[in-house]
Design a protein around this ligand. Structure first.
Ligand code: FE
Ligand code: CA
Length: 529
């Protein structure tokens, strides 16, 4: 511990507020009863570990201009029940510093890792200076975690010259290596967005690159072990330690193609699905660098939220699973029929849609981004006569999809950009409120990023490519290999580089930019860069 007057000095320098005010603020927060702050049971202040409890590494996330969440989880045996931890509450100390050696301390403190949250640690820090790179680490007993690097966002009213960020999705552990993350680490982005399918729920399959532990996951412990298995991957773990992450889920964090409380399997009741969802959501919260506002309440969890990078870009991070109505047409690929156009159907739910619209109305940002899961472009992948569309994606919720784009158009929302995962392929789409009237003006651009590993190696030139492009004139680019998208954003232009991994079925493959697309400020629609 630093002497008190040193701490005060650091506080004033860092925060422009007195420590006394801060301590008052903290104790006010502590009075709010939340699950994570319960301190019943035996507290161990000097735990002894037989092996490293920091096997799952460290990460940070949900950055603002004044803070972020620092994360770790104690798990000396990450692939065993309870991560090899006992029922005790364990004291964990943390330090936030200006240097990688963590000697120039900016803030430090202690918290408890509790058994009810799988001994995860979420330290929410505020009142820091904007636009700072900082380092952090944890300690429990004699064990010390690896050092993580993080940063605050620029001040809310600043106009940063550049934002460099990556977005990723769909990392099936069994079908490929996470080579994409090794490349992402070398690119050193300011931020990473993960758009869902962080884990997959299926049972271990034979004959793959790697194998899931156990059967299809359902219990809290199942989900915890699955998350731990994924996070044990060294490339993923290293990327998590390198910069703040902003995560949102899709379906496989719970179960394939679930919608709200409705399972894709007809014999599973909403009650059963909600019980499973509660387990899945809790394990997700535990593993991710999320704020207290995302702490689950039973099967409910607040995940949609805002991330701002000064006035350059504002991200609405959406949750298109928890509140959605059932997929129309029994979730089968269908023409754009009456069920797909049902006015009552919703992907976002009323509350989230209202929040999104009011957020877009008051935005003062140059780029207004939806970071979300499923494709908004109304594109067909049919190879026969009838053009059919995925009912699990926005074409199954056409009225709501078109209303959002119409809103962006009539309210003249500056430079809307949509980021998407889920579909295990790369697309660049022009978006219009009139879904397939290609004469109408373009309102927004959609960058769909492929999977990190799901689907195996894939192909750059599939045999159906010509038909796909001729049937979908709004599509500027398509590729079905693996990788992620690296975006360089300035006040004048948005550049999206499609970083493609040559193959994921063997480690260490080459990664290269296969295509670049640019949107210029004030000119909707991407052009080849
Ligand atoms: Fe997926
Ligand atoms: Ca999905």
């Amino acid at each position: 511990m630093l002497p008190l007057n040193d701490l005060d000095r650091i506080w004033k320098r860092e925060n422009g507020m007195t420590r006394r005010f801060w301590l008052g603020y903290c104790s006010a927060l502590a009075a709010i009863p939340v699950l994570g702050s319960r301190v019943e049971g035996r507290v161990v202040t000097q735990p002894k570990f037989e092996s490293d409890p920091f096997t799952l590494g460290v990460t940070s996330g949900d950055p603002s201009s004044t803070g972020f969440v620092l994360w770790t989880r104690l798990a000396p045996k990450p692939l065993e029940p309870f991560g090899g931890m006992g029922p005790e509450l364990v004291e964990v100390s943390w330090v936030l510093a200006e240097d990688e050696a963590c000697t120039k301390v900016v803030r430090q403190g202690k918290t408890l890792a509790t058994p009810q949250l799988g001994h995860s640690v979420h330290v929410e820090i505020d009142a820091l200076l904007p636009d700072r790179t900082l380092y952090f680490k944890f300690r429990a007993g004699d064990a010390e975690s690896p050092v993580g690097r993080t940063r605050t966002m620029p001040a809310d009213d600043a106009m940063p010259e550049r934002l460099k960020f990556a977005f990723a999705s769909c990392q099936h552990f069994e079908t490929g290596y996470y080579t994409a993350y090794e490349d992402m680490l070398r690119q050193s982005p300011d931020l990473v967005f993960h758009l869902g399918d962080y884990i997959y729920e299926g049972k271990g399959a034979e004959g793959k690159i790697r194998k899931h532990i156990g059967d299809e996951i359902k219990s809290l412990e199942d989900y915890r072990i699955r998350h731990a298995q994924y996070r044990s991957d060294p490339a993923l773990k290293a990327m998590h330690a390198a910069c703040p992450w902003v995560v949102t889920w899709d379906d496989h964090e719970v179960d394939n193609n679930y919608a709200g409380d409705i399972s894709e399997e007809k014999n599973v009741s909403p009650l059963e699905l909600l019980k499973r969802r509660a387990n899945a959501y809790q394990a997700y919260y535990e593993m991710m660098p999320l704020r207290k506002s995302s702490l689950p309440t039973g099967p409910d969890m607040q995940l949609y939220r805002t991330v701002k990078f000064g006035r350059l870009a504002e991200f609405a991070v959406l949750d298109t699973r928890q509140y959605r109505s059932n997929q129309p047409n029994d979730d089968k690929a269908s023409p754009l029929n009456e069920a797909a156009r049902d006015e009552k159907a919703s992907m976002l739910g009323d509350k989230q849609r209202g929040w999104l619209m009011s957020k877009l109305l008051r935005s003062q940002s140059v780029w207004n981004v939806l970071a979300q899961q499923v494709m908004m472009g109304v594109n067909t992948v049919s190879r026969d006569e009838t053009e059919k569309f995925s009912m699990d994606q926005w074409p199954g919720y056409l009225a709501e999809r078109n209303a959002i784009l119409e809103f962006m158009k009539t309210r003249r929302v500056p430079n809307p950009v949509v980021l998407t995962g889920d579909i295990h392929s790369n697309w660049v789409n022009d978006l219009r409120p009139e879904e397939r009237d290609f004469e109408k003006p373009v309102v927004a651009t959609e960058f769909v990023g492929t999977s990190i590993s799901s689907g195996g190696d894939g192909t750059g030139q599939p045999p159906y490519l010509g038909l796909l492009l001729s049937r979908n004139p709004g599509v500027k680019y398509f590729n079905a290999q693996r990788g992620y998208v690296l975006c360089n954003v300035t006040p004048e232009k948005w550049q999206a580089d499609y970083r493609i991994v040559e193959k994921v079925t063997s480690p260490g493959a080459a990664v290269d930019t296969k295509a670049s697309f640019v949107v210029e400020e004030g000119k909707p629609g991407a052009v080849k860069g």
